[in-house]
Design a protein around this ligand. Structure first.
Ligand SMILES: NC(=O)c1ccc[n+]([C@@H]2O[C@H](COP(=O)([O-])OP(=O)(O)OC[C@H]3O[C@@H](n4cnc5c(N)ncnc54)[C@H](OP(=O)(O)O)[C@@H]3O)[C@@H](O)[C@H]2O)c1
Length: 294
């Protein structure tokens, strides 16, 4: 049991909320949770969590919101509406964490941000650079793509019999959000002096062909993997109603995959949590009902 106050930002998001639950279950704390919407965390407040309002767009209140924390999980935001906005948010948060006297930060980044061509990577790399320029100790979690993203694409593939993307023969070491939450909870609950980067991946890397075969097995019909040029993929997403910039962000996941940037399998999760990550197969079996939803 830790006696140092632990802070979780973005605590009403899927990841932040789950990290809080894990920390409560392990008796860590005292716990501080910041969010833009404190009312949404009333159940955590009832369990003794100090819930505070904080918005990374509003620097003035951040130092106050972070006051008293010894270690912090800085959850990356989802502000992708304007290039650079999310990085500015994270830079404000890092300044405030420093000013509030926090000693150690855990940050949810992407796999190998420095070399990644993911459209979301520059924000993460900029945040890692800001952390390196601070006086903070930190753990950067190089989270690979969530396995949950597959629940967006596979139901359509199950319905049509074709898994269409632009990943070529590239593979992804998908990791579940639950495992990312476990990694984050483990990293923030131990005082770890110094600075480290831990890649957080699933136990195997799957290609589009692997996913199509696995899906076919789970839904009981043949599924073909069809890799198309990235421009055609973007065009298809726009025709289905996605704004062009959002389609380009998603398409960059496929480009990065095709280049082999997301295939690294790391033992980071085991080192942090002592437990192996869940496989995509086990994750999809547990979510079998969602596969037939399209
Ligand atoms: N590895 C992957 O495949 C993958 C996939 C999706 C997202 N991500 C990244 O991982 C993060 C956590 O994932 P998730 O599943 O929990 O996402 P989520 O449920 O969409 O949560 C979004 C998060 O952004 C925070 N946020 C948004 N605007 C903010 C602001 N102005 N100030 C402070 N916080 C703000 C939210 O905090 P409050 O609402 O509590 O204020 C919340 O924690 C995402 O935000 C994104 O950066 C990674």
């Amino acid at each position: 049991m830790s006696l140092s106050p632990l802070l979780v930002t973005g605590a009403s998001g899927h990841l932040g909320r789950r990290v809080l639950e894990l920390l409560l279950d392990q008796g860590a704390g005292p716990l501080i949770a910041t969010t833009r919407t404190p009312a949404s965390l009333a159940s955590f407040a009832a369990r003794g969590v100090d819930v505070r309002q904080a918005d990374f767009d509003d620097e003035a209140g951040l130092v106050r919101a972070f006051a008293g924390a010894n270690r912090a999980l800085l959850v990356s935001t989802d502000a992708l509406d304007r290039p650079g906005r999310r990085l500015e948010q994270h830079q404000r948060a890092i300044r405030a964490l420093e000013a509030a006297g926090v000693e150690q930060v855990v940050y949810t980044s992407v796999a190998n941000a420095a070399t990644s061509t993911l459209a979301v990577a520059p924000d993460h790399l900029g945040t890692e650079t800001a952390l390196a320029a601070s006086r903070l100790d930190y753990t950067i979690l190089g989270n690979n793509l969530y396995a949950e993203l597959l629940l967006g694409s596979l139901p359509g593939a199950a319905a049509s019999g074709q898994l269409v993307n632009a990943t070529g023969t590239g593979a992804v070491a998908y990791v579940t959000r639950e495992d990312c939450a476990r990694a984050a909870a483990a990293a923030v609950s131990v005082r770890t002096p110094g600075r480290r980067v831990v890649q957080v991946t699933g136990p195997e890397a799957l290609t589009g062909a692997d996913l199509a075969a696995l899906l076919g097995e789970l839904v009981g019909k043949p599924i073909a993997h069809v890799s198309v040029p990235v421009d055609a993929l973007i065009q298809g997403m726009v025709q289905h109603g996605l704004p062009q910039p959002v389609a380009e962000i998603y398409a960059s996941f496929d480009v990065s995959t095709a280049k082999g940037e997301l295939q690294e399998i790391s033992d980071g999760l085991v080192r942090l949590t002592g437990r192996p990550p869940q496989s995509v197969r086990a994750f999809l079996v547990a979510n079998r009902a969602a596969l037939a939803a399209a």
